[in-house]
Write a protein that binds this ligand. Structure first.
Ligand SMILES: Cc1cc2nc3c(=O)[nH]c(=O)nc-3n(C[C@H](O)[C@H](O)[C@H](O)COP(=O)(O)OP(=O)(O)OC[C@H]3O[C@@H](n4cnc5c(N)ncnc54)[C@H](O)[C@@H]3O)c2cc1C
Length: 396
């Protein structure tokens, strides 16, 4: 079976789903191939930053989006032995959305997909795990996936790989990501949150550890940062050891730590960061994590993935409406997003190293305190996280 479309997008994460919507509303025929049968995912981040909410506003979707169950995060606070320091305060930002909106990834993607489904030129295929690129005369002409005992082909003027950090499209196109060193991994788990506990995101640093706690109303989404590759050692020490390490950093959790009774309650995120030197080939563009895997520090991966989709839509809508897309146009998408992405990755590395320093020396880092005292420094991280450098704005 062969299907013809203007743009074939592989991967229905934040990047692919948003691009599909932005193209479909301009009358471009779009086929979105999602490898999974549904949009249920383990915790993959819930954060929609101000730049994303402004996009939703421009699309006339923000009010309806905010009718979904959500939490508003207006600050990030670090607690170390010096006490509490609010290191990032979104309240001062000059925007209608001076906070991070926390909505589970699944609900956000389903919301965007439902919106795209209003356009008859949008086609979604679930359970379509792309395994081949169709290449003719050095140009990518589409993809193939296997379904019901036969190969299905989708041929397109443009193929977009938005299939995330382990992108199959990226490897099929022979792109080799440049790895950025990340000295840590993250262990995720949840514990109930009491209504009288602080809101927002709390970071606890202390000798031997860092814990991040994100308020999800009824529970805390907790990230325990460990040295890279040390998860199996941690497990070999037994549940009591991890329970003790957590309560050493966050004594308030002692009353519920014993709810963690099984290693199935923990998930390991192998922290990675990387980027591609080139995001495109004739007929093919990579966006989101497929082009640049983001470390979770600052929670900016979703926002950067969506901004890639905005930049791609701005540049490619006209060429897709009138004919073929050329490599200069694909290069223009990368040019708009490459530098902001590289800089935020550097910023993430800086924050990560700073946090690690705070756990390794007896005298905690003075950086958080310094940042909170100088207004110019105080507002910078908030702006950087909420909008990034050179935020992408919808032009069509
Ligand atoms: C544990 C964890 C926590 C995170 N926390 C945050 C956070 O708090 N805030 C934040 O902003 N970011 C966070 N991130 C990063 C964020 O999830 C990513 O940066 C973001 O999802 C990237 O979006 P994307 O659309 O590029 O890729 P993804 O969201 O990874 O979507 C890729 C999609 O492609 C599909 N796919 C894969 N292979 C194929 C194939 N062969 N064929 C068809 N479809 C395919 C997948 O099923 C998936 O739906 C976190 C990541 C992890 C792993």
């Amino acid at each position: 079976m062969t299907q013809q479309t203007d743009c074939c997008i592989v991967g229905g994460g934040p990047a692919g789903a948003t691009l599909a919507l932005l193209l479909a509303r301009k009358g471009i025929s779009v086929t979105l191939l999602e490898g999974q049968k549904n949009f249920e995912r383990d915790f993959r981040g819930d954060s929609l930053h101000s730049v994303v909410m402004e996009l939703m506003d421009e699309l006339g979707l923000s009010e309806r989006l905010l009718q979904l169950k959500h939490t508003k995060l207006d600050s990030i606070t670090i607690q170390d032995s010096n006490g509490f320091n609010t290191v990032t305060n979104f309240k001062y930002l000059n925007t209608q959305y001076p906070y991070i909106t926390l909505i589970p990834n699944q609900q956000f993607i389903e919301f965007i997909i439902d919106e795209a489904k209003r356009y008859p030129n949008f086609h979604l295929v679930m359970g379509a795990k792309v395994q081949k690129l169709i290449e003719e005369d050095g140009i990518i002409r589409g993809v193939a996936y296997y379904e019901e005992d036969s190969w299905q082909e989708v041929r397109a003027k443009l193929t977009v790989g938005a299939d995330g950090r382990s992108s199959r499209v990226r490897s099929l196109a022979n792109f080799e990501p440049i790895k950025i060193s990340t000295p840590v991994d993250v262990v995720w788990f949840r514990l109930p949150r009491r209504v009288d506990e602080p809101e927002g995101v709390l970071l606890r640093t202390g000798e031997g550890g860092i814990i991040g706690m994100a308020d999800r109303s009824e529970y805390w989404q907790i990230s325990y940062i460990i040295p890279k590759g040390s998860y199996s050692k941690l497990r070999s020490l037994g549940l009591k050891a991890i329970q003790d390490s957590v309560t050493k950093l966050v004594p308030e959790l002692a009353d519920r730590i014993e709810l963690l009774q099984n290693w199935n309650q923990f998930a390991l995120l192998s922290v990675e960061a990387s980027r591609l030197e080139r995001w495109f080939r004739p007929g093919l563009l990579l966006i989101g994590d497929a082009a640049h895997v983001m470390s979770p520090f600052g929670g900016v991966g979703i926002s950067y993935a969506i901004q890639d989709a905005i930049a791609a839509a701005n540049v490619l809508i006209k060429p897709l409406q009138v004919g073929e897309v050329n490599v200069q146009q694909l290069a223009a998408v990368q040019r708009q997003r490459d530098l902001p992405t590289r800089l935020i990755q550097k910023y993430q590395a800086l924050v990560q190293n700073q946090l690690l320093t705070a756990t390794n020396v007896s005298k905690p880092s003075q950086l958080p305190r310094l940042i909170s005292r100088l207004p110019i420094l105080r507002d910078l991280p908030a702006k950087l996280i909420a909008f990034g450098l050179w935020p992408a704005r919808l032009q069509n």
